[in-house]
Design a protein around this ligand. Structure first.
Ligand code: OGA
Ligand code: MN
Length: 284
């Protein structure tokens, strides 16, 4: 295969071309893609056409898959994925039942499923139907965010962990089976180092998960809030980010440990359907 880097996308990401991802990947192609993913953190392929089975097979080329996350309460039975590894992200309502999760609103900056002990190393989104405009997905480079921290702040967080709350989706809606949270320190979730040593690249990424109900155990509530606010100001700096404007048939695969992502809101009257998989483990 002749995979090419079509273009680099600024602070993070690259568009690759020259491959049909519906076909099984040979070992050398697989390695080329994995290397590009680790190097650029976000890789974009255009003009793809995959069934869910092919999306799962492509994803499985890079490791074992994680099951779809627990959806928000409102998501109905009709939206249950046909394959357990595939999450449907959609605002479309058919016969009164949402086809998928996360609606049409803005999604705030986050990494996927960091509220579990072993968050996915990669997430993969495939666009089935997208609006003519709106609903861009933004990615922000957390290696650059970490590098930009003043040394004093790097020292301050070097041994700290943050608790990544599991109660809410990135749309800010409560997950099925979870209770409202008002004290972040009591919120359910998983602990992860704030300065994350990336197991493959050996670089350090700022690893924050999401802001809502996040906390730093061991600090007082007000210290925890102020350190988090300070860190988030770096994470959200626009100079570390790029926006992906969706076309139908895009596949975007990101390193969930090294980038955060968010989504712009879009017109509720238009249809947007994406299918997502996430790795449980990455196979180097
Ligand atoms: C996700 C997500 C962004 C989008 O599926 O994890 O954040 O553009 N989606 O819908
Ligand atoms: Mn997400």
């Amino acid at each position: 295969m002749n995979i090419r880097v079509e273009r680099e996308l600024g602070a993070v990401g690259a568009e690759l071309s020259g491959i049909d991802l519906s076909q099984p990947l040979g070992a050398s192609t697989r390695k080329e893609i994995a290397d590009a993913w680790l190097k650029y953190q976000v890789i974009v392929f255009r003009g793809q056409e995959l069934s869910d089975e092919q999306l799962v097979r492509f994803s499985q080329s890079f490791g074992l898959l994680e099951k779809a996350p627990i959806p928000e309460k409102a998501v109905g039975v009709a939206s249950m994925p046909r394959l357990p590894e595939v999450t449907v992200v959609s605002n479309v309502i058919e016969d009164g039942a949402p086809l998928g999760a996360l609606g049409d609103g803005e999604l705030s900056w986050h990494s996927d499923m960091t509220y579990i002990d072993t968050p996915p190393p990669a997430s993969i989104l495939y666009s089935v139907e997208v609006p003519p405009s709106g609903g861009d997905t933004w990615f922000s480079n957390m290696y650059l965010a970490f590098e930009a921290l003043p040394q004093s702040l790097k020292n301050r967080i070097s041994d700290l962990k943050a608790k990544h709350n599991s109660s809410y989706t990135s749309a800010g809606t409560l997950r099925r089976g979870f209770e409202e949270v008002d004290d972040p320190s009591k919120a359910p979730g998983a602990l992860h180092p704030i300065a994350l040593l990336h197991p493959e690249t050996q670089k350090i990424a700022l690893y924050l998960g999401r802001r809502l109900n996040s906390s730093i155990p061991g600090l007082s509530p007000s210290e925890s809030e102020s350190v988090l606010d300070e860190l988030w100001a770096y994470a959200e700096n626009p100079k570390f980010s790029m926006a992906h404007q969706w076309k139908k048939g895009d596949i975007v695969m990101w390193d969930n440990r090294a980038v955060m992502h968010r989504r712009d809101a879009f017109d509720p009257a238009v249809r947007r359907i994406l299918h997502r998989t996430q790795l449980l483990t990455f196979q180097a």
